[in-house]
Design a protein around this ligand. Structure first.
Ligand SMILES: [Zn+2]
Length: 264
């Protein structure tokens, strides 16, 4: 079982994460450092320490804020060889990822053969810098499409299945682009899979990735792991896609990780 969407929140401890990893029970997870713009503190160095602690189970994504192009490139350069295999974006903080001025960042990501995990769907309140123009609209997957066309070797993961209102767009993109994926993270990801029946037949199930949004260091998060897994399995069974379970929980993600030299 591979979980391609987890986090670590400020305040995590070595012992705490070790305990939580034991509870979660996935074979491997991708830990996304939330960008500076989301938590107001820099989490990439912490994720680097976490990945160094559990190299057999964790890989990382560098959290960047593309409007700071130089700072983003510096982070990629400083942490690129410390167990990271891609970047994490939080466009709800006021930018469209396909803006021309961000192109050098994606060229660098492409050069490294990395992947991009981008938050899609609802812009949660309260943890972002209030001066940033926050909106769900910035997460429209159509702002990833131009990048996916420009960089066919870079894999783009639309978190939370593209978000509730954008799920049909995300589905269509997986249908036409081999390098565009969705993850199953709750709540909007599982909500979409549960309620958007007519779109499920268009979904490219080879590009659907198991994700839980588990936040290591956040009390209670790991304890709900089994429940999140059960919800997803039940949806697949209820909707008639039981035979896709192994692909979603393992094979699809394994393909992405092996491409980055990670044995799974
Ligand atoms: Zn997340």
């Amino acid at each position: 079982m591979i979980d391609l969407h987890t986090h670590a929140v400020p305040g995590w401890t070595r012992d705490g994460v070790a305990r939580e990893l034991a509870v979660c029970g996935m074979d491997r997870a991708l830990v996304a450092a939330l960008p500076l713009d989301h938590w107001g503190c820099e989490l990439t160095p912490g994720v680097a320490r976490l990945v160094a602690e559990h190299p057999d189970r964790l890989s990382g994504l560098i959290g960047i804020h593309p409007p700071d192009v130089e700072g983003s490139l510096r982070l990629i350069s400083d942490y690129g060889n410390k167990g990271f295999i891609g970047i994490k974006l939080m466009p709800t903080t006021g930018y469209y990822p396909d803006e021309e001025r961000f192109r050098p960042i994606f060229e660098e990501v492409n050069r490294r053969g990395w992947m991009v995990l981008t938050h899609c769907g609802w812009c949660s309140k309260g943890v972002k810098r209030p001066d940033l123009p926050q909106s769900t609209r910035f997460t429209d997957p159509y702002h990833i499409e131009p990048l996916a066309r420009l960089f066919p070797d870079t894999d783009f993961i639309l978190a939370h299945a593209g978000g509730r209102v954008f799920f049909p767009r995300a589905t269509e993109l997986t249908h036409y682009h081999e390098n565009i994926f969705i993850d199953t993270c709750p709540g909007q990801g599982t909500w979409s899979l549960k309620h958007e029946d007519e779109w499920l037949c268009l979904l490219n199930w080879k590009n659907v990735l198991f994700g839980t949004d588990t936040a290591f260091g956040q009390p209670g998060s790991a304890e709900h792991y089994e429940a999140r897994l059960t919800v997803l399995k039940d949806i697949l069974a209820d909707k008639g896609y039981l035979e896709k379970t192994d692909d979603v929980l393992h094979h699809n993600a394994a393909r992405l990780l092996r491409k980055r030299g990670i044995a799974v």
